[in-house]
Design a binder for this molecule. Structure first.
Ligand SMILES: [Fe+2]
Ligand SMILES: [Fe+2]
Length: 174
């Protein structure tokens, strides 16, 4: 069964959205590298890589379905932030935006009865639940830490260990 043109267009756009996401996280990592928070920087760097693997997963799917891949320019990301909390607030918004994008593509896949695409998109929707939760948990704890340096550094250390322990999830199951 050929991919519907509408679905092919949206999946191509999603390659770009995931790359834009990867770029947004790389900019967050770079900003954090200029602060004492090397752990948060590592978290965002790993997150950036993960988004690239998502883009590649959509790419590979289009190739496998014999559809045309059309790459678009990636927008310049936001590069200035106020604090680690501000970074995580932006990260959460970024993830919520991606969840909405994937839900929208899923609806189209359902409309054209493309069950294989629905299956792919369900994998992504489940992934989004996990990503949103991880970011939200850290955001909440950063709020709690406020401007207390000791608490912030504890969270920073945790951020580093979380990513080195479980950061490759998406890549591993992709
Ligand atoms: Fe993603
Ligand atoms: Fe994500």
């Amino acid at each position: 069964m050929n991919l519907s043109p509408q679905l092919a267009k949206l999946l191509n756009e999603q390659i770009n959205n995931e790359m834009a996401s990867s770029y947004a996280y790389l900019a967050m990592a770079a900003w954090l590298e200029e602060t004492p928070y090397g752990g948060f920087a590592q978290w965002m760097f790993a997150q950036s890589r993960e988004e690239t693997t998502h883009a590649l997963k959509f790419y590979q799917y289009l190739v496998n379905r014999d559809a045309r891949v059309e790459l678009q320019p990636v927008a310049k990301p936001k590069q200035d932030f106020k604090s680690p909390l501000d970074v995580f607030e932006h990260s959460l918004k970024q993830e919520q935006k991606v969840t909405a994008q994937i839900n929208r593509i899923y609806e189209v896949a359902e409309k054209v009865k493309d069950h294989t695409s629905k299956n792919l998109l369900l994998w992504f929707l489940n992934e989004q639940i996990e990503e949103e939760k991880q970011v939200k948990d850290m955001r909440d704890r950063l709020k709690l830490a406020g401007s207390d340096p000791a608490s912030l550094l504890t969270l920073d250390r945790e951020a580093a260990s979380r990513k080195s322990a479980g950061g490759g999830d998406a890549a591993a199951s992709a």
